[in-house]
Design a protein around this ligand. Sequence first.
Ligand code: C2E
Ligand code: MG
Ligand code: MG
Ligand code: MG
Length: 284
Amino acid sequence: YDAKKAGKGQIRTFSPEMLGLPREAILDSALRHALHTDELYLLYQPIVDVQSGEIRKFEALIRWSSKTLGQVPPDQFIPIAEDSDLILEIGEWVIATACAQFAEWNSRFAIGHCVMSINISAAQLKDSRFAAKLQSVLQQHGLQPSQIELELTERVLIDDGDYVRRSLNELNQLGVRISLDDFGTGYSALSYLTKFQIHTLKIDRSFVMRLTENDKLQQLVSSIIMMGQKLGMSLVAEGVETPYQARTLSAMGCDFLQGYLISKPIAAQDMPAFVLSHTGRQTS
Ligand code: C2E
Ligand code: MG
Ligand code: MG
Ligand code: MG
């Protein structure tokens, strides 16, 4: 099944009302089906290191090419999966698939110096066996914990159950990196930055997008970068689309850039070549 040929907008032509069911129910049942077929797959988005101009990270991003619904974006189906236990199964599938893929790249190509980031939902951290399961997947594939970064959102840390602290402690013990995704869009209770060991801050695309517009925003982004660095974190800017944004963020001291300017998320088979060939400083 060729995902690229799945018509754009198919999801819009589909009307759940035709079946007399709410959209959520349709998506939920189609998603359960998807897990047992080949409809889910991962793309990988390269992240460039500003200093060296090389790809040093990449983010695994889930895709769903449904036979009945067409291409459904994660912003639509992840929240529905999060309403049930489905997110646990999907989350485990993502970790297993991404780690198997990375291990294969490690053995065939010299990209073991890269860090792979994986998006994690709150419910996954609530699973008391999460860190142990992750550790066993890493061992199974011979991956070092330091090669993996888990992307959490502020909301996960705000939802400050004991489980968050326990899971984060276990993950810190294990040695995987922790990244705070979409930083600045959530509650931004800054004390969380000191409560938990966080290695990376990802500045949300909404800030990067508006960088040209006004001076206050530039000051804000620059302050976020300085704050992150003072706290020993590394900074990734999301959604970098223009050379101006790349230049501005680089000048502010941002460590990594991610966005369409560097690359859109790409298919697994194209990743190693992209990493190995992207050695220039095309982005700034
Ligand atoms: P995210 O983790 O913040 O991922 C970044 C999103 O921005 C991705 O959207 C990516 O394709 C998009 N993006 C990257 N660069 C640019 C750019 O220059 N311009 C624009 N306009 N967009 C850019 P995507 O892949 O649709 O994913 C959306 C969200 O779905 C992700 O946001 C993440 O929260 C969630 N997600 C994706 N994969 C997974 C997964 O495996 N597990 C979980 N729990 N959530 C996932
Ligand atoms: Mg992310
Ligand atoms: Mg993000
Ligand atoms: Mg985002």
